[in-house]
Design a protein around this ligand. Structure first.
Ligand code: ATP
Length: 314
């Protein structure tokens, strides 16, 4: 019998799963001097996942698989690589790691797939390198990597302010069922914000307390009320840049969705169904009408990034 303690550890890996998100409400204020827009948002994490696998390597590297993997940069621009480098810099670690991303969240779709990779990579590297940073420190690094990254660490439902990185957990009852209409050609988040500035030159303040009724609907588990209150200040800008989104929105509405909204900076369209079965019906209607390149169904809220397996494979 082999003595496992003496065997070389050749195949160690850590797997982390992180969800995508939908903004149930996204309110945007005027552009600040530093270029950022203040936002008031309500996030829900949904069951569309990025799976990140960390394995040993000499340097920090990344690869990706999934339907849109060819759209993902594999150099230092990749948010997972940036997350690994940021953690290494903070902790003084000089080790390498290879991060493989199984991408389930649409790329450049407004569901924060890249941010989910960053959140997952932070946790994966923290476990892989044994750096054991407290949650608050991981949250700090996450906020430096991007405004949505802290929420993908946290998951569930949260109110976001600042750039979307200052989070307060929100109470939510029940399960919400979504159909997503996905486009192959994404929208660039800076381009959508630029269009928003062009469309709203006179905007002088952020409507920060506009979501009282929506938060009440979540607490009550009232899906029809939530559907009626879905809101996105960036929707007009996204539709301006991708005008045929109007058809996607109306097909989902005609299929009886409780509410439809462009997710984040788009172009993914999120439609809230009455049930899991109804979400499938809405997705099928979008497919049949040819108003989405692909469709997904998912439910929320779900937990944030978490280690799903770690092993010493010999
Ligand atoms: P958000 O809603 O946070 O603005 P998004 O969902 O619209 O993001 P992402 O899929 O996160 O968009 O990616 C946007 C761009 O970021 C991509 O077009 C790609 O060039 C770059 N990028 C960097 N790292 C990643 C990554 N790990 N996965 C996907 N895209 C990445």
């Amino acid at each position: 019998m082999t003595d496992l303690r003496l065997a070389p550890r050749t195949g160690r890996e850590v797997r982390v799963r992180a969800p995508g998100k939908v903004n149930l409400s996204l309110r945007v204020g005027p552009r600040r001097a530093d270029g950022y827009h203040p936002v008031a948002t309500v996030f829900q994490a949904v069951s569309v996942y990025e799976d990140v696998v960390a394995t040993a390597a000499d340097d920090i590297s990344v690869s990706a698989s999934g339907p849109q993997a060819d759209l993902v940069p594999t150099d230092d621009q990749n948010l997972a690589v940036r997350a690994a480098r940021a953690l290494a810099a903070r902790t003084g670690i000089a080790d390498g790691v290879h991060l493989h991303l199984h991408k389930g969240v649409p790329v450049a779709g407004g569901m924060a797939g890249g941010s989910a990779d960053a959140a997952a990579a932070l946790l994966a590297c923290d476990a892989f390198w044994g750096t054991g940073l407290p949650r608050e420190e991981l949250h700090e690094i996450a906020a430096e990597l991007g405004a949505d990254v802290p929420f993908l660490l946290m998951g569930q439902t949260a109110v976001g302010s600042g750039r979307g990185d200052l989070l307060t957990a929100a109470m939510s009852r029940g399960e919400y069922h979504w159909a997503f209409g996905v486009r192959e050609s994404g929208l660039s988040t800076p381009a959508v914000y630029g269009e928003f500035d062009r469309l709203h030159p006179g905007r002088d303040r952020l409507e920060a307390d506009g979501d009282v009724a929506l938060l009440h609907a979540l607490r009550a588990g009232d899906a029809p009320a939530l559907g009626a209150l879905l809101h996105n200040d960036l929707q007009d800008a996204a539709v301006e840049l991708a005008p045929d989104l109007v058809e996607t929105l109306s097909v989902a509405e005609d299929a009886g969705a409780l509410g439809v909204v462009v997710s984040g900076s788009g172009p993914t369209v999120a439609a809230l169904g009455r049930s899991r079965q109804h979400a499938l019906v809405i997705a099928a209607a979008m497919t049949a009408a040819g108003v989405a390149d692909s469709v997904l169904t998912a439910s929320g809220p779900v937990p944030g990034a978490r280690v799903v397996a770690g092993s010493d494979v010999l």
